[in-house]
Design a protein around this ligand. Sequence first.
Ligand code: NAD
Length: 371
Amino acid sequence: MSSRRKFLQNIGAGLIPLTLGFSPDSFGFSLGNIPEEKKLRVALMGLGGYANRVADAMKDSKRSKVAGVISGTPSKIPEWQKRFNIPDKNCYNYENFDAIKDNDDIDAVYIITPNAQHHEQTLRVAAAGKHVICEKPMAVNAKEAQEMVDACDKAGVKLLIGYRMRFEANTLEIIKMRDEGKFGDIKFFQGLAGFKIGDPNQWRLDPELAGGGAMMDIGIYAINGTRYMVGEEPIWVTAQEVKTDPVKFREGVDETITFQLGFESGVVASCLSTYSMGNLDRFFLNGTEGFAEMQPATGYGPIRSATHKGRLDLPHVTHQTTQMDEMAKIIFDGKTPKVPVDGRDGLKDMIIIDAIYEAVATGTKVKLNLT
Ligand code: NAD
């Protein structure tokens, strides 16, 4: 632990009696020359739309920086090198990135490629001994997700999932209020997640690359939102699918699924995942004493929120900036986030997605065992 952090922790714990005449200089350093905290040096894999957003957000991150790139499109690389001052030796393609194991400039690889590639890429990054940050959905089924967790455990590296909402201020405030009992006993949650998908030729509508449809891409927000807003793991799921355009949404690509989750405590959740409705992004939590609502609940922000006591609408900070700062603290400082973002937590979402698809296919209530 850095002496600065130890010092600040001690102040927090009231252990250093500054008022009795001690100063930071008494400990061998002055506040003027505190060493910069260690930055997480990240190589981004897949330089598409979301990687650009993450990279821009990292410019404001105090604890992380873009240190490398991995891309299958060589023409993209020079612009990224210029933008982030990346040397040639930190640029890779999908064939040669295993060599990153010998690169001391890189601490972690952030995988931001089509869903079906996450599994293999995670196994390779783990084998190279680098920490993995992987976008959602972490895999296309629970079996793959479990293998990713096991591979990272075996390699002794961290596996974190790009669940940016778990660091968002409105979300965390509502979770805190729930824990303080402000809503009474939680009874009901509603999670609605969707958007109207455009270009029929994009990878999101190709089951080989997407691993599914709206559920993998956007419905996953309603699933994990249910879990962190209710604060309990579901024990069963039922689900129904509606398909209005079987050409655009071919076999293996779900357009709209409604699903219900049940909990040991008696909480029920009612959720919807869709690629056919504009701006659908709403969470609603209700207990015996009151409610919380968020709309938008998971978009890039600002998030708008209220409870039965009035509006919250906490100030907006770019989600990916906070996420990367917090992930650096998880990796380097051993910080435990309020809502987990690790591979084991991502695996639970994949188990639920598998169960939702099973419930759609069989028309039955599918039991879940997530503990
Ligand atoms: P995108 O299409 O904009 O980018 C995908 C990247 O992968 C491109 O650079 C593309 O060149 C590369 N790629 C490699 N092989 C490919 C192939 N066979 N077909 C297509 N592209 C290929 O997609 P995106 O929106 O950046 O999504 C990437 C990942 O990030 C997905 O897993 C998605 O779910 C996730 N994502 C997360 C969030 C979030 O808020 N956490 C937001 C958007 C996307």
